[in-house]
Structures are given as structure tokens and as C-alpha cells.
Design a protein around this ligand. Structure first.
Ligand code: KG4
Ligand code: ZN
Length: 330
């Protein structure tokens, strides 16, 4: 079964063809990131305009690279939320027209669930149930996964997402956007034990809060960095901040795995690209006798292969959307 996946929830426009939910035949990603850099974050109007300008070309390219005829497609699977509404609408409208023109079914997909599914692409076989952590620029959520149609939210961020905290800390240290990769690079040169930061406590054991640590970094920088021109001081802040966020993510995910009595942890989303997060997650899981899985780095960021793959699984379990498919922003 050939599924056309479409992802347009933020600043990436991606179209993919996936065979039988696992084999990626093409996965084209075009990003408008460069246009947002000078504003220090994604500008929704620019993002949706670029979605509109690129989606047909990206789709053409994905079909050509997959080496199949349009008529071979059996399903069109599209992200319908959460995300930026203007951007999502472009992908949804495009998917509806493909469905109508080719006479194939349409299926709306949740963006966070597709980030989890990235772990199952490329023939990877992971035993369920498990606990899944999605860490991206817009979300930080913990799920209990019993099946692709049985996903329970255990907790989520009460304020900023983890990726958003990386982005904001980078900005207040005078670095560019997106901040995650820049903080990761700078942190390699720093001492993570130099400054004692802490993530705020939450009433729910599996909820997160990252806006407090961002403010703590701001106050620390204002107090100590006035005359500190040497790079080492910045690297120490980056390393101490990154380590605290990573330790919080790992502690909560491992305790969720223990409380649900599962043996496997899945991680997904843009922050899952972070090498220090990957390394520490593998170490901590192993020490607790748990298995930990990450998608390959290129499948952690927004892409349509994860949307096509999850679409295949859900369709086989009877899910289908009508042409009235609308946005689901929460
Ligand atoms: O999943 P994603 O591509 O888009 C959303 O759905 O939000 O995630 C983007 C986020 C950004 O906040 C970016 O700073 C963060 O992922 N990110 C990273 C790294 N690479 C990307 N955060 C920490 N370390 C990285 N290496
Ligand atoms: Zn995402």
C-alpha cells in the first residue's frame, strides 16, 4: 500500500511516499527557516505564504523520487494539528484536492503522534506498550502508548516547550535562531556543573515547566555577564542550562515508564536531535533495565514520512476522514 504523507504544521513543507507504513520511498522537506531567522522566531504569515508557494513543487518531487505513478497511491495522510493554522490549512487543502482528484481516501493525523511514529519507520520493530516523550519547539508531552489508536497523555508542559526554552535562552544570550543546535554546540565547550539551575516543580508528576529556568538564566546573565566577555562564561551557562533540562526530561520519562510498568521508551520531536540528550537517555535507560529508542536525526525534525507511516497504521485499523476534515489545534 502506497501512502502519500503531507506535513505543513509550521515552517517545513514536506511530502513523502511510504510503502506499507515502513519503507520510505521519498521524503522531501523544504524549510522557510532562513526567512524567519532575522525575526528571531517563526513568523506565521511568512510560513503559510511559503507553504503555499512550495507545496506543489515538493509534492511533484516526492512522487518523482518515489518512482511511482500518481494512480498507484492508495491513501493521502495529512497533519491536521496541532500547529500554525495558516500553515496547516495549506497542507489540508492540498491533501483534500489530491484525495478528490485521485479518488483515494483522506486521513487527518495528529502531529505529536506522528513524531512518536517516526520511531517505527524503516522496518524497526518495537514492542508495545511503551512510554513516549515528544520534545519539540511547540510541545513537551509524555504519552502511554498501548497501540496506535490507544495513546493516553500522561503529562505535558504547563508553559514553554523544551525546544522553546532552548530557543529563548539562545536569544537572551545573543545567539541566533533556532537556538537548540546553537546551545548544543556551545554547551560542548562548557562545564555543566558550574551553575546550579533548576526546573520548576509541577503538581502533576509527569507535567513539565520550563519558563522558570529560562528566567533564571536571564537573571544569572544580567547579574554575572555584564563584564564577562570571555566565551567560557557563556559556554558554562549553555552547558548548565542544557544539562538541567535534559535531566528533568529523563527523570520524568523514566518514572513514567516505571509507573506504567513498561520496558521501552520512545523519544521524538526536534529536541531529540540533541546528541547529549540521546547519550544521557541511553545511559539512564540502560542503568534502569529499560530500552530506549530514538528515530534517526533527520526523522526527528518535521517530515511527512512519519505522517504517511502513521496514516497507514490508522487506516488499517479503520480510521478515515471526510472531505470536511478541519484543523485540530489542541
Ligand atoms: O519538531 P520540530 O522540528 O518542530 C516543532 O514541531 O516544533 O522542533 C523544532 C525545535 C526547535 O525549538 C529547535 O530549537 C529544537 O527543536 N532543536 C533542538 C536541536 N535541534 C532542534 N533542541 C536542542 N538541541 C538540538 N540539537
Ligand atoms: Zn514537530
Amino acid at each position: 500500500m502506497y501512502v502519500l504523507g503531507i506535513e505543513s504544521s509550521c515552517d517545513e513543507t514536506s511530502v513523502s511516499v511510504v510503502k506499507d507504513g515502513k519503507t520510505i520511498l521519498s521524503n522531501i522537506v523544504s524549510s522557510s527557516l532562513q526567512l524567519h531567522k532575522k525575526y528571531g522566531g517563526v513568523v506565521p504569515e511568512i510560513a503559510s505564504r511559503m507553504q503555499l508557494e512550495t507545496i506543489s513543487k515538493v509534492a511533484d518531487c516526492a512522487i518523482r523520487q518515489a518512482g511511482i505513478k500518481l494512480e498507484a497511491l492508495n491513501l493521502v495522510s495529512v497533519t491536521n494539528g496541532p500547529g500554525l493554522s495558516g500553515s496547516l490549512l495549506v497542507g489540508i487543502s492540498f491533501a483534500k484536492s489530491v484525495s478528490l482528484c485521485l479518488g483515494i481516501p483522506l486521513l487527518g493525523i495528529n502531529h505529536l503522534e506522528s513524531h512518536i511514529y517516526a520511531n517505527f519507520l524503516n522496518q524497526r520493530d518495537i514492542k508495545l506498550p511503551c512510554v513516549a516523550l515528544v520534545v519539540s519547539g511547540g510541545h513537551t508531552s509524555l504519552f502511554y502508548l498501548q497501540g496506535f489508536t490507544k495513546i493516553e497523555t500522561l503529562g505535558q508542559t504547563l508553559d514553554d516547550a523544551a525546544g522553546e526554552a532552548f530557543d529563548k535562552v539562545a536569544k537572551l544570550l545573543g545567539m541566533g535562531y533556532p537556538g537548540g543546535p546553537l546551545i548544543e554546540k556551545l554547551a560542548r565547550l562548557g562545564d555543566s556543573k558550574k551553575i546550579k539551575f533548576k526546573c520548576s516543580g509541577t503538581r502533576g508528576a509527569f507535567d513539565f515547566s520550563f519558563s522558570g529556568i529560562k528566567t533564571a538564566v536571564l537573571y544569572y546573565a544580567q547579574r554575572n555577564m555584564q563584564n564577562a566577555k570571555h566565551a567560557q562564561a557563556y559556554a558554562d551557562i549553555a552547558a548548565s542550562f542544557q544539562e538541567t533540562v535534559i535531566d528533568t526530561l529523563i527523570d520524568k520519562t523514566i518514572s513514567a515508564a516505571w509507573s506504567k510498568k513498561v520496558r521501552s521508551i520512545l523519544v521524538g520531536g526536534g529536541v531529540a536531535v540533541n546528541s547529549r540528550l540521546r547519550e544521557k537517555f541511553f545511559q539512564a535507560s540502560k542503568a534502569k533495565g529499560l530500552n530506549c529508542f530514538f528515530p534517526p536525526k533527520e526523522l526527528c525534525l518535521d517530515n511527512a514520512a512519519m505522517v504517511a507511516g502513521l496514516g497507514y497504521q490508522l487506516f488499517r485499523q479503520g480510521r478515515i476522514s471526510s472531505l470536511g476534515l478541519s484543523l485540530e489545534l489542541n
